[in-house]
Structure formats: structure tokens, C-alpha cells
Design a protein around this ligand. Structure first.
Ligand SMILES: CC(C)(COP(=O)(O)OP(=O)(O)OC[C@H]1O[C@@H](n2cnc3c(N)ncnc32)[C@H](O)[C@@H]1OP(=O)(O)O)[C@@H](O)C(=O)NCCC(=O)NCCS
Length: 276
């Protein structure tokens, strides 16, 4: 079970309320509370995502609306001492029936369904993580765990008992030809997941769920893919490309390039403990 962020004895002390600067660690600040903090991170997406990854049609249809429709579910980790935004997190309330099958086919479907749920005025039953974005200068200092605890805090505040996450394994791009259902079963000698980002989740008590071979769809012309990846695709075929988690299928006759980003479902049960 993942504990709420506040009061947690993590690598970095975390305080929750924006006005509470009694701790020395980062605060979790929602977009609904201080939207002006986002002015300083307009280039964050460019820093954390490879270019190709920013062209998913379904995700892009909804992503810009996250701040308007779900402002209380977008947040940053803010260092009040340095007055610096350390990371950004995106989550969305969803309807989940508690089964593996009910987790759905991936992040595209999850976002679309969540907007549909809100439009229909129906209540959520869980929270889905959408993205944890830590810029390179703040990576490797234990913030990944803090991000997940912050997401759990948002879920707990809303009285929701589960945080589900279509996780993008960070080292999968080194093994693009290995099927995702095999990759996610790889372990280190100590039995923990091979992938470091998956490991952060399981260290917090999460359960690894079904692999998602087709989570995020990215399609474009051959020219689009050549420009996104910086490499030519001279003939029809499946190509390994920089930072790709799987291969892209190039069809020169139809002038298309199609990629499905694989993810892995990871499920956290959220503690309802009141913050200290
Ligand atoms: C994925 C991400 C959130 C992880 O955060 P981070 O600050 O890099 O990770 P942390 O410092 O908290 O370390 C977490 C673990 O990953 C390991 N790790 C982090 N980067 C690693 C790398 N490139 N290679 C190997 N291990 C790595 C750390 O050693 C640590 O493992 P441990 O607990 O077993 O020692 C961050 O790298 C990021 O935002 N990446 C770009 C966007 C992204 O891919 N987000 C996730 C998908 S939504």
C-alpha cells in the first residue's frame, strides 16, 4: 500500500499545503492552486520527451484540456526555498472496476474514457497516473518516489483507494525488439524488477498488472517520422529508432509510419491515513 505523501519518511521531506513551508522539502502544488507556477516550466515537455513521443493524436486531443477540465489533478513539486519547480505530474480520475481486464487497453483509452466520465457527470472510482515529468537536472535524486506519493495523496484526498498507472518503463528503449510482456518480467538478481521506474512503483508496494502492447498510438507520414527521429527510412519495414520503446512500421507505398508505445499496468492501493 502506498502511503500519502505528507509526513512520509522519504528521501525528501514533503509538505503538502502550498503555504506550509515548515519543511525543507518540496511541496505538492496543484494547478488549481497556483497556475502561475506553470509559467516557469513551459519547456518541460521538450526536456523529458523525445520528439516522436509528443505526436500521439489521441493524447494530444485531450492533453491541453487537462488543465482546464482537471486542474486539481495536475501538480508540480515545488521547492519553496529555491522557488523552483522540480517536476510536474499529471493524473486523472477514472472509473475502474477493480479487475485487470477493466484497466483497459492503455493510456489513449484511459484519457478518452476519463473525459467521457467527467462529461457524463459520473463519479470516478480510481485515479490514473498519466505522466511523471522530472527534468534531467533534477533526475537521479529520489524524486520519482515523491512523485508517486504525491499522486497517491491526490487520490487519498478525493477518497479514492487506487492509483493505477500505465507505466512507460524507462529502460525499454534499450530493448525495442523485446516484447513488452517479456521485458516486464525481467528481474535483477535480488528479484526486483529490472526496470528502474517499475522498481520505484514496486518498492512502494504496487502490484504489476497486465502488459499493454498498444497503449499510445503515434502515426504520421514517413517525412514526419524522419523529422521526429532524425533518421531516414529508405524502404518499407520495421525500424529501431532513437528512444523508441518498440519499432516503428514504415510503409513507403502508403507514406505512413505507425508506432504503438507499449506500457505496463501497475496498481497501487492508496492508504487513507490522514497526513501528519
Ligand atoms: C522516470 C522518472 C520519473 C524517474 O525519476 P528519476 O528522478 O530519474 O529517478 P530517481 O532518482 O527517483 O530514481 C529511481 C530509481 O531509478 C534508478 N534510475 C533512474 N534513472 C536511471 C537510469 N537512467 N538508469 C538506471 N537507473 C536509473 C535510480 O537508481 C533508482 O533506482 P533504485 O531506487 O533502485 O536506486 C524520470 O527519469 C523522468 O521524468 N523521466 C522522463 C519522463 C518519463 O519517462 N516519465 C515516466 C513515464 S510517465
Amino acid at each position: 500500500m502506498i502511503e500519502r505523501a505528507a509526513g512520509e519518511a522519504g528521501a525528501i521531506p514533503l509538505v503538502k499545503a502550498p503555504g506550509d513551508t515548515g519543511g525543507v522539502g518540496p511541496q505538492v502544488v496543484r494547478y488549481s492552486e497556483r497556475p502561475e507556477l506553470w509559467d516557469a516550466i513551459t519547456g518541460l515537455s521538450d526536456e523529458v520527451w523525445p520528439e516522436y513521443n509528443r505526436h500521439g493524436a489521441t493524447l494530444n486531443r485531450y492533453w491541453g484540456q487537462l488543465y482546464e477540465r482537471f486542474p486539481e489533478w495536475q501538480f508540480v513539486l515545488y521547492d519553496p526555498g529555491g522557488q523552483t519547480v522540480l517536476a510536474e505530474g499529471h493524473t486523472i480520475p477514472v472509473a475502474w472496476d477493480g479487475t485487470d481486464a477493466g484497466l483497459g487497453p492503455g493510456i489513449d483509452a484511459t484519457v478518452a474514457a476519463a473525459f467521457g466520465l467527467r462529461a457524463a457527470g459520473r463519479p470516478p472510482t480510481a485515479v490514473s497516473a498519466l505522466a511523471a515529468e522530472i527534468p534531467p537536472r533534477h533526475q537521479r535524486r529520489g524524486l520519482a518516489k515523491v512523485m508517486l506519493q504525491a499522486m497517491a495523496g491526490l487520490a487519498g484526498d478525493a477518497g479514492l483507494a487506487h492509483l493505477i498507472a500505465p507505466v512507460r518503463p524507462t529502460l525499454k528503449d534499450r530493448y525495442p525488439t523485446i516484447p513488452i510482456d517479456r521485458y516486464v518480467r525481467w528481474t535483477r538478481p535480488d528479484g526486483t524488477p529490472f526496470d528502474p521506474w517499475m522498481r520505484v512503483h514496486t518498492q512502494l508496494g504496487a502490484r504489476i498488472g497486465p502488459a499493454i502492447p498498444r497503449s499510445l498510438h503515434i502515426a504520421g507520414t514517413v517525412g514526419d517520422w524522419e523529422s521526429w527521429t532524425g533518421m531516414p527510412f529508405p524502404e518499407t519495414g520495421d525500424y529501431v529508432f532513437p528512444a523508441g520503446l518498440a519499432t516503428v512500421h514504415i510503409d513507403r507505398d502508403n507514406d505512413t509510419g505507425e508506432y504503438w508505445e507499449p506500457n505496463i499496468w501497475i496498481i497501487h492501493q492508496v492508504s487513507s491515513r490522514t497526513p501528519d
